[in-house]
Write a protein that binds this ligand. Structure first.
Ligand code: URA
Length: 441
């Protein structure tokens, strides 16, 4: 069938067959489908939606558009597992989760992304480690996962190439926000990575992509349905992103917080609950633990006995970074030279935070990108970020800004001041639940 006939069928709200979807995706890879046809199809999908069968077909066709990693040849003695987060501010969970799962007996080829909009990216955080090769070729990825147990890396060009082409078109045609296209984009890369199990951290709140809970829940249900429909065991946790996760936001500063966490020092309680909660769920999905609670306890044990820290250190070294990142992390993760505390404008209780503004403040400091081509200042960011429910006086800091020039610090400061809503002293603040719901097929 002609590509334009397939587009017309979707434009007319008809359901596409698996064969039509495969033909369209194949044409993207062999370039017989043009960019204007990709754009037209994306808009038709965004406006008219897809049913569950179409979503599964699109996801599978995109996963099959390049290499699908086959781990059977590696004779691994445990399941291949991963986590995906829909993104937030201060979300450094992947840096701890990958080595914790490896320490528990799983294998984690964690294919991660860079910062997107106001949200930070795992790959940018790993790139703050000197020498770390975050984009190895497929063979190196396989070697490190087999020998060490985990590798946090970017997608290689052979993983789901159709996604890369479609994503670039979506980015400039106002079609990023389609739930069907987001689902196929995220899951095609996870299916191509050859996983046995996946846990999704779907975030809601002021720092997430969707602030609205009902929409976030729909997204989580769609992702879980499509993943399981495509043969990948997958559950989702809906977690709170109404404030920064942990006490830092940036790149090197978040890598420092993650390493302190693995050293069991200064662990933020919310960060701990989300990280261990996701680990518990994933260990259950991978049948390493009998229940999420047993998985949580196992993850906690290997965090405390130092095994997870040693897996992180070995992964960093195997991918070109220093051999002693856990012991010598301040030296390997330098910060920008200027620091300034932002004090609360009035005494009271922190009632709410516009977390998106905090993410944008990090971009202002140089810790994120305005354009895809921008270079990141890995040393810029925020530390000591105050939490909702905390009582502050006018001499107490809301956070410490770390930057490189006065102008950007001034712009970041005004965003952070706008972001914090401080109520009267003693005012009761009810925090949103940290893990609000789990979605299973
Ligand atoms: N992450 C992805 O990989 N794809 C999307 O479409 C959105 C987030």
């Amino acid at each position: 069938m002609l590509t334009q006939e397939i587009i017309i069928r979707k434009r007319s709200r008809e359901a596409l067959s698996a064969v039509e979807i495969q033909q369209y995706v194949k044409g993207i890879v062999d370039k017989s489908v043009s960019e204007s046809q990709i754009a037209a199809m994306c808009m038709a999908i965004l406006l008219n939606g897809m049913n569950k069968e179409e979503r599964v077909s699109l996801t599978m066709a995109m996963a099959n558009s390049g290499t699908r990693i086959d781990w059977r040849q590696e004779n691994l003695d445990g399941p291949v597992l991963d986590k995906h987060s829909t993104g937030g501010v201060g979300d450094k969970v992947s840096l701890m989760l990958a080595p914790i799962i490896a320490a528990c007996g799983g294998y984690v080829p964690m294919i991660s992304g860079r910062g997107l909009g106001h949200t930070g990216g795992t790959l940018d955080k790993m790139d703050s480690i000197p020498g770390y090769i975050s984009q190895p070729d497929l063979q190196k990825l396989k070697d490190v996962v087999r020998d060490v147990g985990c590798a946090i890396v970017g997608a290689t060009s052979d993983i789901a190439p159709a996604d890369r082409t479609i994503y670039a078109v979506r980015d400039v045609t106002g079609t990023v926000e389609s739930m069907d296209l987001i689902t196929a984009s995220i899951l095609s890369k996870k299916l191509a990575a050859g996983l046995d199990g996946l846990v999704l951290d779907v975030k809601y709140g002021s720092g997430a992509w969707f602030t609205d809970y009902a929409r976030t829940r729909d997204m989580a249900q769609t992702l879980v349905d499509v993943a399981n429909g495509a043969g990948l065991r997958c559950h989702a946790l809906l977690t709170d992103m109404n404030e920064v996760l942990g006490r830092t936001a940036g790149n090197a500063i978040e890598a420092r917080e993650a390493i302190e966490f693995l050293r069991c020092e200064n662990i933020d309680a919310r960060l701990r609950e989300v990280t261990l909660g996701l680990c518990g769920e994933l260990l259950m999905i991978g049948s390493i633990a009998e229940s999420a609670a047993a998985g949580y306890a196992m993850a906690e044990r290997h965090l405390h006995d130092g095994r997870a820290a040693s897996f992180f250190e070995r992964m960093v070294h195997a991918l070109g970074g220093p051999a002693n990142i856990i012991d010598d992390f301040p030296r390997h993760l330098p910060l920008a030279p200027l620091t300034r505390e932002i004090r609360a404008a009035r005494a009271g209780v922190i009632k709410a935070v516009d977390t998106r503004k905090i993410g944008i403040a990090v971009i202002e400091l140089g810790g994120g990108r305005r354009l895809a081509s921008d270079k990141i200042d890995h040393g810029a960011g925020l530390s000591g970020v105050a939490a909702i429910g905390q009582t502050v006086g006018t001499t107490d800091p809301l956070c410490l800004m770390i930057g490189r020039d006065e102008d950007s610090m001034r712009r970041a400061e005004s965003l952070i001041r706008e972001a914090y809503i401080i109520g009267d002293p003693g005012e009761a603040v009810i925090p949103s639940p940290l893990i609000r719901e789990s979605i299973i097929p």
